[in-house]
Structure formats: C-alpha cells, structure tokens
Design a protein. Structure first.
Length: 173
C-alpha cells in the first residue's frame, strides 16, 4: 500500500472518529476525553510510521534513528547524524580546494574520517557535547579551530563541525 493512501486513510478515519466523539458527547451527555483520545491516536499513528520507516524520508546525507556509514560525494555539502551513531568517510573523496562541508551531530555519536594526504581547516563548535579534532584537542562547550600544516582557505577543504548534546571524533584514516 502506498504511503499517500495510508496517510489519507488515517486522516479520514481520524476525522470520522473526532466527529463521532463530538456527537456522542453532545447528544448522549457522555464525558469522553476527546483531546486525550486524539493525542493517543496521533501518537499511535506516528509510532507505526516510525516502525515502518516511512515517517522520515531517507536522505543520502543523513542518519536518523539508526546506525550507518555515509560515504562522501563531491557534490554534497552537509552530513547529519541525528539521534544516531554513524560514520562520515571523507577520506576517499576528491574535493575542490576551498570546498566548504558542514557536519552536524545532534544527540548522537559520530566519527569523521579524513585523508592524511589532503589539507583541512576544521571549525569545530560544541554545545553540551564533545568534539575531538585529528590532533587530539577537544572542545566541550564553545569553538575550536584545527588546521593541517600549511593549510589556507584557498588550498584546504573547510569543514564546519557542529556537535549538540553528542560526540564527534575527527580522525585520519
């Protein structure tokens, strides 16, 4: 069954149930907690959609509610690990010098792999999390910048690494 059909069946059924509950409580003077019933039905629906994997569209640059590995593509600008554990492998991808990449870890654990042969400038930001750069320096709350030897914004890949309530480790592969 297609997602559009399932969604329309749910919303149609929900509207019918709302109407029936309002009629029953109005004409038969039966106290029915309509709002609580609607919230419960909505939570059941969302739970089913999460279990079937159809609530969140899978994007090639995002790991959400799972564990996975993302292989970098030169055209991709950002990578996200949300409520998950994952790896972002930038080591085998050829990026143009000066290319800007954003990596976000939110309520998760992420590992980022870089090539030793390339130059990087990493701007790491953390809010209630921990970020570790290739030289071992960490940032727990605030910002830190790491640069490869003789790296400049014209010759290096520029990475903005953001960690919120999570952990990110950037290391050479």
């Amino acid at each position: 069954m297609c997602n559009k059909f399932r969604s329309s069946v749910f919303w149609g059924t929900l509207l019918l149930v709302i109407g029936a509950l309002i009629l029953i409580s109005t004409y038969f003077h039966i106290s029915i907690p309509i709002f609580k019933t609607l919230v419960a039905l909505l939570l059941i629906y969302l739970g089913i959609r999460i279990f079937t994997g159809s609530l969140f569209k899978k994007r090639s640059n995002t790991i959400m509610f799972g564990e996975s590995k993302l292989n970098a593509m030169p055209s991709q600008r950002d990578y996200n690990i949300i409520f998950s554990s994952g790896e972002v492998d930038l080591s085998n991808t050829e990026f143009e010098p000066g290319k800007k990449i954003e990596i976000n870890v939110i309520f998760g654990d992420g590992k980022v792999y870089l090539s030793k042969d390339k130059k990087y400038i990493i701007h790491m930001n953390s809010v209630f999390g921990q970020g570790r750069s290739p030289n071992g320096s960490t940032v727990n709350f605030g910002s830190n910048t790491f640069s490869s030897e003789s790296a400049s914004s014209e010759t290096a890949v520029i990475i903005e690494a953001n960690v919120v309530f999570g952990n990110m480790e950037i290391t050479y592969k």
